[in-house]
Design a protein around this ligand. Sequence first.
Ligand SMILES: *Cc1c(COP(=O)(O)O)cnc(C)c1O
Length: 415
Amino acid sequence: MSDNSTLHPESLMMSYGYKPELSEGALKPPIFQTSTFVFRTAEEGKAFFEMATGQREPEPGEVPGLIYSRLNNPDVEVLEDRLKLWDGAEACAVFESGMSAITTTLLEFLSPGDVLLFSNPVYGGTDGFIKNTLTRFGIEVIGFHPAQQKDVGAMVQRSGKSDKVKMIFVETPANPTNTLIDIGACSRLAKELSSADRQVVLAVDNTYMGPLWQHPLKQGADLVLYSATKYIGGHSDVIAGACLGSTALITRVKKLRSSLGSMAGPWTGWLLLRSLETLKPRMETQARNAALVAAFLKKHPKVARVLYLGMIEDPAQQAIFKAQCLSAGAMVGFDVKGGEPEAFRFLNALRLVKLAVSLGSTESLAQHPASMTHAGVDPVEREKLGITGALVRLSVGIEHPEDLIADLEQALAKI
Ligand SMILES: *Cc1c(COP(=O)(O)O)cnc(C)c1O
């Protein structure tokens, strides 16, 4: 039997972090559907609390025990251990949604008077929280477009607030245009803006690439965030989120998670453990199908433009892709010839592909960003970002590629 440290993550997804002998020999982790845990002695309960509240570190050989399911629960702890393997992270915190992972993390590292730098566009929920909620607490927010990424440093200098920047938040590839932000360059900027007593934290929302196709921590990010609702869950049947990074940073995130109560429950943990076993084969099949779908769309006379990471034309974007992406992924954007009426005719004619938001699941989904996921974005901003009425976003699933392409073909014929 090999040592765990020499095994690949996909070999560890079925067993890592779980001891059958602690659960009556059950091969799979039971669902620990309990709110609280019984201490053997009062002394043990006291010791668990000392460690959980950070009054002291565990002694050598001492394990922080289970207390209460808002703080820790076996299904969630095993899940956190397994999720760490894909990103090579020291620590992980799982949440009841992607939004709770993102909002808890932003709140932990930002205080009144701080400046947050963030890339545009970000997920609608994140965009609203940054612009409408964080600003209510005296946090200043400065957004930058992918086209401005080379000048962000100079932009911050000109604002005269470079000593106030506390966090950089990036989503790459951007949804729904697949535009890339250079994580390495953002990491260098974060280091430049840091001082001896102030670490500028770089957080990357890696939902679009899942844990397989991009590893932001290896590119210099401090934190990686996921909506685990997407590729990690992968079956469109659970909402969850995760934040990964160093033990020091994740300890802070978990502390606020306990206060806010945004912890995932045992059932969510158990579902995601089941999903993780097939993460790699699912994502690989999705990426293979997406390449075939994108090639089909590219040649179709009713398609004006395809936005797919396997078809980048801009040399600067291509260089970022080569440096930080391990796959072109399974998200394909495309403009039909025409505008919203033509896009709607296509969407209404789909049969196998379902008309729904969300992404990264076994089934293929199509949606219309301008009127759906990005309806809340200012229309002028939307045009600037290339989110036109003609744009359709596809999340490619694991169906037979011939069936997918046949469905797209018959729907395009309705335009
Ligand atoms: C879906 C999504 C989120 C939000 O996650 P939920 O699980 O729906 O709360 C955040 N970021 C990105 C990129 C997403 O796609």
